[in-house]
Write a protein that binds this ligand. Structure first.
Ligand SMILES: [Zn+2]
Ligand SMILES: [Zn+2]
Length: 263
């Protein structure tokens, strides 16, 4: 199986990195983790090709911050012919409020009539060809969702971003084949061998690189791919940061836009 990163940045796009969006093709379905600006890549030839012959799009949202939802500015246009299901903390019509303040000039209900909005806050659910489970995470003073997908062929993937470093998170991602996990490089606490997992969070409320690596190690995942890159960081700076993760968990990698990951 493969996952194609369409957007690996947090906050805003930079250096050809779009914001949070990851695509998993599964038969005639496309599973999409978060809908940041990376979703606009479905306007490009490779994205359009991937959409061909797909019947259903399933978008799993970690939360509603714009770096994870801005793709809805054009989702109705790109997914005109498919059936679209959007899973999130609430059954919320994303960006709908923008219509009433004159910033999104579309007839919202009409344009989204093939969209359904599903609350995915708790527990486990069966789906077509896979199962998913969620964990409600602390994200500053708000909430976000972590997702874990288990496929019929036995493979599993966990997606954790904009979250809190905790024991529950380690349990949630335990033994996954692939862990996509956020990492923060700036304004982070100094890491020592006595650091507690709970403290490995930045001033801005994101889990540090070492925090991500520690979670991967303690959970015994097969591979860790770091995501939600800090926009001002150059690739060289991110590679430097990756070394910190590799010292704790050698099977750590940087996720790069459009570089497919096999799992
Ligand atoms: Zn974010
Ligand atoms: Zn956020």
């Amino acid at each position: 199986m493969k996952i194609i990163p369409y957007g690996t940045n947090g906050f805003v796009s930079s250096f050809n990195r779009q914001t949070a969006c990851y695509v998993i093709p599964l038969g005639d379905q496309l599973i999409i983790l978060d809908a940041g600006s990376g979703l606009f890549r479905f306007m490009e030839p490779a994205g359009r090709k991937l959409l061909k012959d797909k019947r259903k799009i399933k978008i799993f949202l970690s939360h509603y911050h714009l770096d994870h939802t801005f793709g809805f500015y054009a989702a109705f246009e790109m997914f005109e012919k498919e059936e679209v299901e959007v899973f999130g903390l609430e059954d919320r019509h994303v960006l709908k409020e923008l219509v009433s303040i004159g910033q999104f000039p579309v007839e919202y209900e009409k344009k989204h009539r093939n969209f359904s909005w599903i609350k995915a806050e708790s527990g486990k659910d069966e789906n077509e060809g896979f199962k998913y489970s969620t964990r409600v995470q602390k994200h500053r003073f708000e909430k976000s969702l972590g997702y874990r997908l288990e496929f019929e062929n036995g493979k599993s993937i966990a997606y954790v971003t904009d979250a809190d470093p905790s024991r529950e998170s380690v349990n949630f991602v335990k033994g996954a084949d692939l862990l996509l996990h956020e990492h923060e490089t700036q304004n982070v606490p100094e890491y020592t061998k006595d650091s507690r997992l709970e403290d490995l969070i930045s001033k801005g409320g994101h889990i540090t690189t070492q925090g991500a690596a520690l979670i991967a190690k303690e959970a015994g995942v097969k591979k860790l791919y770091l995501i939600h890159h800090n926009p001002p960081c150059t690739w060289a700076e991110l590679e430097k940061d990756l070394k910190k993760a590799k010292r704790i968990f050698p099977e750590s990698f940087l996720t790069q836009d459009l570089e497919e990951i096999e799992f």
